[in-house]
Design a protein around this ligand. Structure first.
Ligand SMILES: Cc1ncc(COP(=O)(O)O)c(C=O)c1O
Length: 411
């Protein structure tokens, strides 16, 4: 008897169906369709610095390619890069870390995949202070576990209240994941908060991809300095404007390294060989580029924050770090997803809906400011007339929600 072959399974895997779309990417992908139709879009939706990577990193990539350095590498990364990352950590935080505790990945996202796969399983809970990076709860759900959100508030500078985190801990709590400096709020958690989180019991996973991108003399606290049992995620995408290189790393407890190595061998084999040489060059020669990026972002932050306030957005605190503003947009509509897509279609400005970062950020929009002054000015100019119309209620702003949900294939 022949078995009928179905072109698609009756049901997709629960883990695939559990994931929500990453709305920043959905905005980008709709923007790309508009661009293909000849429309110019001002992109403020992505966490992508509009800056060139360190010249030395590009050169090192091309030199590696020219000598055919294009094979697989040690799954943990090439030794000189692991050494360079360890030395850089010591330079930045005064804390020595052995290269053996560093594992190089294809971007911080892959580091997150490895760490969550290693730690989290069905039945576990993971605490996530919110607003949060959109992918954190999706990684948790992907592992069959449950994200538990711990809200933070704009009026407290989005700082975490360790007591609220402590109260959310149950016997099922496996880990706490935080980002500092944070996407989307720009909050930098004070040292006492970091210390409290590190001592709470559940494993601390610290996403430090925006470390070093801070303003007004604010200081960051790396989980590296709080003991050897924490997982620290980091990468080259932000500080060195190397998003497309796909290069990151995790610093892990010694006891986790073999597990992570085996996961890496199976899931990714290794990060790209020639890109790893770019990583060494970025660490050795990219400090000036990062300093220039921070200086520029400091100026662009003022340009964007002042401009948004003028347009009627609410911004309680200037962001302390990273390169985003999470602005209160309720003067223009409560449904952030509908509002972001409406502004994309009508003003041709890409912005990320607050709801991408959790319920605590609904009614807000996230804008990136690691951009040229031209891009920021263009966005502000284009937004003004459309927002004026929305706030006057002339276009019946909240009705737009359903229309856009349909457009996104979510209705
Ligand atoms: C907080 C945070 N973590 C991780 C990532 C992913 O970075 P990567 O490009 O290194 O995969 C991002 C990207 O925007 C981010 O904002």
């Amino acid at each position: 008897m022949s078995v009928p072959i179905s072109p698609t399974p009756a049901r997709w895997a629960t883990r695939a169906e559990a994931l929500a779309p990453f709305l920043a990417m959905e905005v980008l992908e709709r923007a790309a369709e508009l661009e293909r139709a000849g429309i110019d879009i001002a992109h403020l939706e992505l966490g992508e610095p509009e800056f060139a990577p360190p010249a030395a990193a590009t050169r090192a990539t091309m030199e590696a390619l020219a000598r055919d350095d294009t094979g697989y590498t040690d799954s943990r990364g090439i030794w000189p890069l692991r050494e360079a990352i360890a030395e850089d950590l010591e330079r930045r935080f005064g804390q020595s870390v052995t290269p053996e505790r560093v594992l190089v990945t294809q971007g911080t996202s892959s580091a997150m995949t490895l760490v969550f796969s290693c730690l989290v399983e069905a039945g576990d809970e993971v605490l996530i202070p919110t607003p949060h990076y959109p992918c954190y709860p999706n990684f948790v759900r992907f592992c069959g576990a449950k994200p538990i959100f711990v809200p933070t508030k704009a009026e407290n500078g989005w700082h975490i209240d360790p007591e609220r985190v402590r109260r959310a801990i149950t016997p099922k709590t496996k880990a706490i994941i935080i980002g500092s400096p944070a996407n989307p709020t720009g909050a930098v958690q004070p040292r006492e908060v970091m210390e409290a989180l590190a001592q709470m019991g559940p494993t601390l996973i610290a996403d430090e991809i925006y470390d070093g991108l801070v303003y007004d003399g604010v200081e960051t606290t790396s989980a590296i300095t709080l003991g050897e049992n924490h997982f620290v995620l980091d990468g080259f995408s932000k500080r060195y404007a190397m998003t497309g290189f796909r290069l990151g790393w995790v610093v892990a407890p010694e006891s986790a390294m073999r597990r992570l190595q085996i996961l890496q061998q199976n899931l990714f084999i290794s990060a790209s060989s020639f890109v790893q040489h770019a990583g060494i060059a970025a660490i050795e020669e990219g400090a000036q580029m990062t300093a220039d990026l921070v200086e520029a972002c400091g100026e662009r932050r003022t340009l964007l924050v002042d401009g948004l306030r003028r347009l009627g957005f609410g911004i309680d605190h200037d962001p302390e770090g990273a390169f985003y503003v999470l602005a209160d947009a309720r003067a223009f509509g409560d449904d952030s997803r509908a509002l972001a897509f409406e502004l994309l279609e009508r003003a041709h400005v890409g912005i990320t809906p607050g709801i991408d970062f959790g319920e605590a950020a609904e009614g807000r929009l996230r804008f990136c400011y690691a951009l040229s002054p031209d891009t920021i000015e263009t966005a502000l100019t284009r937004l003004e007339p459309v927002l004026a119309e929305l706030s006057s209620g002339a276009s019946g702003n909240l009705k737009i929600g359903d229309r856009n949900r349909e457009k996104e294939g979510l209705a």
